[in-house]
Design a protein around this ligand. Structure first.
Ligand SMILES: [Mn+2]
Length: 180
């Protein structure tokens, strides 16, 4: 299955719609600061056929949707995902809190946004053993991913997103894509 991972669209929806149309995902994960109607974004993505996950960013506090949570935790094909915006884990100052929060809940994949800078690595407490086995899902430290911002990139990045292709047996591949 194809999972489209985006963050920080901040109400500028052109690039988000472009990514959705280009990728036609089976699932959409928005990591916060959408500053826009989730039902409308979900509709663009093809909900309810396309599963959609939204988490709350620091700029989303005025959302009227009561079902809107700060974190999303779910299991998919043997992988446990931790999705959060990242401001509460203070990701601008380092990823250890984020990594440990995901690890504490037994998650091996940790998705965050907020920095507007793409990131793909394993947790801070990583060992060579983790590094070796991480891609098979046996890592003690989660794979930590940030798709950057799809609307307002920072740190020399481009407007971008991530696509995760996950096989039935749980093997997965992540690629970072930019929008010209
Ligand atoms: Mn933010």
């Amino acid at each position: 299955m194809k999972i489209l991972i985006v963050s920080d669209s901040h109400g500028t929806n052109g690039p988000l719609r472009t990514a959705i149309m280009k990728e036609s995902p089976d699932m959409l994960i928005h990591l916060g600061d959408s500053e826009y109607s989730h039902s409308e974004i979900a509709e663009w993505a093809g909900a309810p056929k396309t599963a959609c996950v939204f988490v709350k960013g620091n700029c989303d506090s005025f959302s009227l949707d009561p079902s809107f949570k700060s974190d999303a935790v779910f299991t998919l094909k043997g992988h446990k995902f931790f999705c959060t915006h990242g401001h509460r884990q203070r990701v601008n100052y380092g990823l250890l809190t984020l990594s440990l929060t995901a690890q504490e809940q037994g998650c091996d994949i940790c998705l965050f946004g907020h920095t507007h800078v793409p990131y793909d690595s394993f947790g801070d407490a990583v060992t060579e053993f983790d590094r070796y086995y991480g891609s098979d899902g046996f890592s003690a430290s989660p794979r930590i991913l940030n798709p950057g911002s799809i609307s307002y990139p920072r740190g020399g990045s481009s407007r971008g997103y991530m696509v995760m292709e996950m096989e039935e047996d749980g093997r997965y591949d992540v690629k970072y894509c930019t929008i010209s």
